[in-house]
Design a protein around this ligand. Sequence first.
Ligand code: GDP
Ligand code: MN
Length: 375
Amino acid sequence: MRLFEHQAKRIYAENGIPVPRSVLTESKPDIARIKEEIGFPCVLKLQTLTGGRGKAGLIRIAHDEAEFSELYDLLWQRDNGLFAILVEECVKIAQELYLSVTVDPVAGYVVLLGCAAGGMDIETLAAEQPEKIVRECIDVRFGLRPYQANDFAYRMGLRGASLKEFNRIAASLYGVFDKMDASLAEINPLFLTEEGSLVAGDAKLILDDNAMYRHPEFSKTRQYYSSDMEFEAAQLGIPYVQFEGDVSLMCAGAGLTNTVYDMIIRSGAKVASYLEFGGPNYRKTKDALRITLQNQSKVILMVSYGSIARADVIAEDIAAAIREKPLDRPLVTALRGVGEERAKEILAEVGLEWYFDTEDAVRRAVELAGGGDEK
Ligand code: GDP
Ligand code: MN
């Protein structure tokens, strides 16, 4: 789970990594407060989980009150008010460095990565001049040793007071990585200021999903999802992905889904959404159907081939849902496996089509959606 910059920066600060003074805003702040607590110029940073915000124009510097107001409104429009804007003091930068701690799965070590030329073009640099990236393997049994940090900082070109401060920050960052069960703890850029001090300009912290039970203070809120449907589905433990297309796919199992997805695409139609109702989710058919019906597709195609996920149990839930509220679009099913004969009868009672053959079901769904390109 990736944390937002403001969350990561709070953790960094608590662990002794210097961060710029900031105010987190969830609506347009009182300008007097910004003037007093941050001052001008200040940096407005939209809190999205996407990288490359600088290049996308989501990081802006405001030099006075009027510009602050204008930029705040501009950024706010970009996010429908779902996100937050971090307002920070503007650091006077002499140099932008890169520093991160991550896992190297090939080496089987944790690795410390650094570069004297950090900032927004680090990916290009890593690809074109990989020799500029400094690496140091860390054995998790011992952690980052002082001599390693020292050598690392020296190889990055740091000297004197900033070398010492850098060592301290690298040790703290490794500490955060370890304590938070992270898969990545990154500072890009790490500002070397005109006064010669180091400040974390950005913070990216990704926690290992398998360790989330150890960090119950973090949970995925609506901001993590791109639609209400995805968020609602996630609350119920149902994976749901929204695309643009005409056929909503509800399918059980990754292999079957890939195949059916390809069949729909090959017929020239487009998939509107995908909902995984395999595994224990087959018992959530009513919720799954309700969520899928919130999108704008033309037809729903349900495919499963289950032994545990019984076709008759799924069919009963579909029938119950329809009796409560008739569907607003066709539903084509190829519900196969245990209980399929009974499923066929149950579905027929509510006027639904049941197919034995998945290809026939796909063909019918595409036809009901207005036909694909290859008719
Ligand atoms: P990202 O593009 O999403 O990684 O966002 P960052 O937080 O890394 O910011 C992108 C760029 O904005 C940085 O590389 C800096 O060049 C610039 N920037 C961010 N904060 C400041 C600041 O306080 N002062 C100055 N001068 N530039 C900043
Ligand atoms: Mn960055």
